[in-house]
Ligand binder design. Sequence first.
Ligand SMILES: NC(=O)c1ccc[n+]([C@@H]2O[C@H](COP(=O)([O-])OP(=O)(O)OC[C@H]3O[C@@H](n4cnc5c(N)ncnc54)[C@H](O)[C@@H]3O)[C@@H](O)[C@H]2O)c1
Length: 441
Amino acid sequence: MRVTIFGSGYVGLVSGACMAEMGNDVVCCDIDQDKIDRLNKGEMPIFEPGLETMVERNREAGRLTFTTDVVEAVGYGLFQFIAVGTPPDEDGSADLSHVLAVARSIGQNMNDYRVIVDKSTVPVGTADKVKAEIQAQLDARKVDFEFDVVSNPEFLKEGAAINDFMKPDRIIIGTDNPRTTELLHALYEPFNRNHDRMITMDIRSAELTKYAANAMLATKISFMNELANIAERMGADIEKVRVGIGSDPRIGYNFIYPGGGYGGSCFPKDVRALAKSAEDEGFDAEILKSVEAVNNRQKLRLFEKIAAHYGDDLSGKTIAIWGLSFKPKTDDMRDAPSRVLMEALWEAGASVRAYDPEAMYETRRIYPDEDGLTLCDSSAAALEGADALAILTEWQEFRSPDFDSIKEALTDDVIFDGRNLYEPSTVEAHGIQYYAIGRGR
Ligand SMILES: NC(=O)c1ccc[n+]([C@@H]2O[C@H](COP(=O)([O-])OP(=O)(O)OC[C@H]3O[C@@H](n4cnc5c(N)ncnc54)[C@H](O)[C@@H]3O)[C@@H](O)[C@H]2O)c1
């Protein structure tokens, strides 16, 4: 099948590569000329495990091509996927300008039946706006071509995106026309071989399903962080509590890890956008607002622990940071807790020596002129000359460190662990003071 995908970011590129891998012919279209040039040269604009080889294989086979030419892109695929960004507007609502710009391009250039598939995370009612935008362009051209707009939100996780796309838990299709259900069923057939994962529903419910999923996951995290803060004050260990409650199948062990708050390109903006959509409908979404408030507070917890240990003035102190990306196996720094910590440390006069296996380039891009930031090429190098260590991302290579070397390198022999990677007694047995989340201090 011929597929066009607008937006070659984490979602668009992964979707395009996976669909090409299944034998479809895919054109990826992006407005970022530099990104498209790099992709055409075989370079990866983002880090996602397994993506580079898959893109390369399908590019060489001629099934995956990259362009900035919207005329070519609209003319190509029966399916026109929209996978562009929906960043937060100033008032917290989702900025639909990129989505509607794609709709406009489709309306301006289509000359045949098209199925427009919205994969971006968009507020309820967006499909109607996309439809209206396309129709307005067709009317302006005084032409009449049939088209359908479908909602097909994406649930992949950065760091495991290929596997999530190839073996999805569910494929949500929101449509008001059975014809599109059949067409998408055929397109997604190869991803459904084990069992049918397609769940069809009306468009508005599909649009809301994506927000509901992210809001639920964000709620689990904020809930556990709230409990961690309570546990700390009561002398309980949240890690014991976590295991205790997870054993109840109604609760489960997944996604109940306390830490330094959620980040990334999805949870923060989606929780905020859903609360704003509810407010626009005259409903005060109290849980969602609390989830966000708890998360914003949590992102400062590690700094509060550092400040409580040293006092508010940190001038002259150097903090080593392990982990900068918002979670392991990605280079994504959007809304990462590491940014909140680093900015608070700089504000308090401290400097930072940081290491991340993948997010160094992105960190330098975000803080090009920050004097208080030294990027180091290994976790050991980050410790050199540092007073204390703070851990922000649970990359596997941080899980079993040589504590004797850490103690030798650090001037003040103290670790602030925002991911609860270690057993407190193990760290303390090496003569290192250990602050974690919800574990007594
Ligand atoms: N990143 C994730 O893990 C994830 C998961 C599920 C859903 N989503 C949602 O998917 C959407 C895309 O997210 P992402 O992380 O891939 O974003 P991204 O920022 O990585 O990529 C978006 C791309 O769209 C391009 N773009 C913008 N306007 C365009 C236009 N008019 N025509 C063509 N390309 C255009 C940008 O240049 C960019 O390359 C968002 O709505 C997001 O909420 C993201």
